[in-house]
Design a protein around this ligand. Structure first.
Ligand code: ATP
Ligand code: MG
Length: 295
């Protein structure tokens, strides 16, 4: 039986889950939603409960050793990817989890197809893999900056008007393949407003302990805000599927972002109905024998 707090955590994420691109529009999702909650002791307790549940479920995932979980985080700068990963995953055993941050591709990576570098970073069975940015950059930053596409050295004969559509198709097929082989995929878009991004950039400039987070490159990307929003909207619409859903997570309130992500992770792990491996009669006998020898 799930207790009330457990159900509340799980329910939090449901309104933000997108499994089909039909009728999808970013404007239908508020960046400042807070689920009617206010940050207080109760919301802190909810997050603590979510973190504890994830910790328990991860232990089962690891013991069960069949499924893996891939969590993908995409967002504009300063939307809180790092902080969300840090808080939501704070209870899990580092041995069962791996975070990969995808940056501009290296020259070796550019010498391969765009999914190549993701393959080696995928989580093993029993593990949680977190992609801080991902192959989704291939229809976001690469689309917004044409010279970046040029650097990919794709034969010009293969670059046509369907390029982005083809990439969506390939990404969907890649994810379908992973899901069919036991990887559960959740994709999070931390949906931030332009106004809140400005506030967070200013804080990075004004507070000495945050100065290191500021990068002049972020300002350049901010000027392309609308292009990015369009690219995100089209990407999400084309790649939201029942087997690899997107969550459009309100990101103007950091505490709420964390709650929603925690809720989604708990829900999906709950659904796997993970059990600790059963011990057979023979194994039990062997355990008794081991005990006897120890004594
Ligand atoms: P933070 O700024 O919080 O450290 P970040 O994810 O923004 O996190 P950066 O090092 O600032 O990390 O930026 C990484 C950059 O790499 C982003 O601008 C992203 O768009 C870019 N990038 C990631 N994947 C690709 C890709 N496949 N092709 C081109 N650029 C990419
Ligand atoms: Mg950055």
């Amino acid at each position: 039986m799930k207790d009330k707090l457990h159900r509340t955590v799980v329910d939090l994420a449901k309104p933000y889950r997108v499994t089909s691109g039909k009728k999808f529009a970013l404007k239908d999702f508020a960046t400042d939603a807070d689920g009617g909650l206010r940050k207080d002791d109760r919301t802190d307790e909810l997050l603590a409960q979510g973190v504890q549940l994830i910790s328990d479920l991860q232990e089962r995932l690891y013991a069960d050793d069949q499924w893996s979980l891939l969590l993908i985080f995409q967002a504009m700068d300063a939307a809180g990817k790092d902080g969300t990963i840090k808080h939501v995953m704070s209870g899990i055993n580092p041995a069962g989890c791996q975070v990969t941050s995808f940056k501009q591709p290296s020259s070796l990576e550019l010498d391969h197809d765009f999914l190549w570098r993701s393959n080696v970073a995928l989580p093993q069975r029993g593990r949680i893999g977190i992609f801080n940015r991902s192959y989704y950059e291939e229809t976001l930053v690469v689309r917004v900056h044409p010279p970046v596409l040029k650097a990919e050295k794709i034969p010009p004969a293969l670059i046509g008007k369907d390029l982005w559509q083809d990439r969506f198709e390939d990404i969907n097929a890649f994810e379908r393949h992973l899901v069919r082989n036991g990887t559960v995929i959740l994709k999070f878009f931390l949906h931030l407003s332009k106004g809140e991004q400005k506030k967070r950039f200013l804080a990075r400039l004004d507070e000495p302990t945050k100065n290191w987070k500021f990068s002049a490159a972020d300002l350049k990307e901010r000027k392309l805000w609308d292009d990015y929003q369009t690219a995100y909207e089209e990407t999400i619409a084309a790649t939201a599927t029942p087997h690899a859903p997107w969550y459009i997570v309100p990101a103007d309130h950091k505490w709420y972002t964390r709650l929603v992500v925690a809720g989604a992770v708990v829900q999906v792990l709950d659904e796997l109905d993970l059990k600790f491996p059963k011990v057979s009669r023979e194994q039990r006998k062997a355990l008794r024998e081991a005990r006897r020898q120890l004594l």
